[in-house]
Design a protein around this ligand. Structure first.
Ligand code: ADP
Ligand code: ADP
Length: 219
């Protein structure tokens, strides 16, 4: 059975940062729905144009296109052992569809890592976030600085501030999260998959807690 680990949490909680680290320890690929949409925007695909109209407003991209995009990604050969899902699912319907997909591909959700942080922290983190153009590596102007300002340590590409990381759009995204994504906490708790992690700690401590929880329970 392929292993799927879901990272759940509000915008800016640290899902992407921890997913990058977890891929090294687990050897599973990192699938970020937000990165897949941004790749489509960069490549000016039809999906990218549609996604951008929602992302700019801080709203969720409709379930049908999001689910199709993830399905195509999971069908690829590099997901044979499983994946770390960052930002998907974000609605109960997406979670139901994920179950169906995994049943078909011979995988299962082993754990849902629910990373929490309060709103002040989320705003501070998103407002200082810098992302790499080429592969979406994540930095922060204060908490996780690149070695050279404006340049990605890993691939040398340009760092940019996401259009949707403004205080105004982040506030909308947090509201959308509370309304549409929070029900997943109960969804996965009921299924015995939920592991709650305090995201309001240094990156290294969050990683330690994640790995301890995974080792104790699932890996
Ligand atoms: P998410 O994927 O949940 O939106 P990110 O991993 O992109 O969150 O992190 C948001 C911002 O906060 C980034 O700039 C990142 O460098 C920074 N960050 C992530 N985790 C921490 C942490 N534990 N402490 C301080 N800053 C963090
Ligand atoms: P963050 O972790 O900071 O919320 P993401 O990069 O995960 O940012 O998502 C950015 C935007 O991409 C979201 O605000 C939403 O518009 C869209 N998006 C990403 N994942 C999904 C999803 N699973 N369902 C619908 N929309 C999504």
């Amino acid at each position: 059975m392929a292993t799927y680990i879901i990272l759940l949490g509000p915008p800016g909680a640290g899902k992407g940062t921890q997913a990058e680290i977890l891929t090294e320890t687990t050897k599973l690929v990192h699938i970020s729905s937000g990165d897949l949409f941004r790749e489509n925007i960069q490549n000016q695909t039809k999906l990218g144009k549609l996604a951008k109209s929602y992302m700019d407003k801080g709203e969720l991209v409709p379930d049908d296109v999001t689910i199709d995009m993830i399905r195509d990604r999971i069908a690829r050969a590099d997901c044979e052992a499983g994946a770390i899902l960052d930002g998907f699912p974000r609605t109960p319907n997406q979670a139901d569809e994920l179950e169906k997909m995994l049943a078909e591909f011979g995988g299962q959700v082993n754990a849902v890592l629910y990373i929490t942080a309060n709103e002040l922290i989320l705003i501070e983190r998103t407002s200082g976030r810098w992302s790499c153009r080429a592969q979406g590596h994540i930095y922060h102007q204060q908490f996780n600085m690149p070695k050279k300002p404006g340049i990605c340590d890993y691939d040398g590409s340009e760092l940019y501030h996401r259009d949707d990381d403004t205080a105004e759009t982040v506030a909308i995204r947090i509201g959308v999260y509370l309304e549409q994504t929070m029900p997943l906490v109960e969804y996965y708790r009921k299924r015995g998959k939920l592991i709650e992690i305090n995201g309001a700690q240094a990156v290294e401590q969050v990683t330690k807690d994640l790995l301890t929880a995974l080792k104790d329970n699932y890996l």
